[in-house]
Design a binder for this molecule. Sequence first.
Ligand code: XIL
Length: 352
Amino acid sequence: MRSLPRPLFLLTLCLLSCDSADPAVKEPAPPPYTALRDVAPFPVGVAMQARHTSSQNHAELVGRVFNSITAEYEMKMVPLSTGRGSYAWPAVEALVEFADQHDMQIHGHALVWHQITPAWLENFGGTDEEFEEAVEEYITDVVTRYKGIVRSWDVVNEAFEDGSGALRNSVFRRRMGDNYIERLFAYARAADPEALLFYNDYGTLWDANKRRAQLTLVDRLKVAPAGIDGVGLQTHITYTFPTLGNITSVMDQIVERGLLVHLSELDVRVNPDGDLQALTDQRSEEQKQRVRSVVHAFMALPAENRYAITLWGIRDPESWLIDFWGNPEWPLLFDEDFNPKPAYHGFLEAVQ
Ligand code: XIL
């Protein structure tokens, strides 16, 4: 192509790109890919940390692509509860404000999780009755503060043992008895009757005893006065495990019970055997197919049972799985440079 004389070239450039209005108020360019929140017929969430709200790259990406957030850490009991009746709200406030500014819903995670119980409660000196009062007070304070703001809560996280499916012998069970979960749901329901209440766990997809134990709990909760609205399947899966059939059949069992399904912590490991030092095109493609088929299976559920799909992290290098398993890992939808991976497009293809 012949090049234009320089003045003409500049004029053409200006006509193509200069805005006649004040350039300072120009809208930011839209991302060069479709945002999941614009096309998915259900909320698409991401686990976010409060510090990401003030990192421009993270904040822009999350605000454009997702329409739901879960606090990756800050709404758990240890960071939030600094003593009986005392709370570290600022990090939660930052996430709440971010969600509000970007028109996103908030999923609260998690009111009670045995792994992250503060010392003051774990070593509580009073009677069992007083222990329960302290737990009720915590749930009431937190849920009431975010009434009408946090749309849904994981009331209890990971209450069952792997393999046996036995109820974990947590301090909550030891001090409140075997029916403690029903009572925790009742406290949350009383604090915000409109909030949707979930039981959340991992292993449901591949551990038959654990699945049975959870579904038995869910059936009990369903007939208890406080009820239950949905089940969170953490969905920390790999590119080959578990089978799609497993995933589909568990989702179906939740739907049969008339409850909401939340794929609450989706990430897809591509290096479970530690054979990769860098992500290969082939593994990336396999991850894409995997994400596409899981999202596709979710899409096949009745619309009224699809609560949301939440990714457990924004970009690969921040995934909790790297420390947890000790292998290089690339389990999320965005790479280190904030670019969407093939897996992102797999998600998009399944919802479009
Ligand atoms: C993890 C977070 O990703 C980490 O940042 C944190 O230190 C520990 O918890 N199941 C859950 C999540 O329900 O809360 C966990 O998140 C991952 C496993």
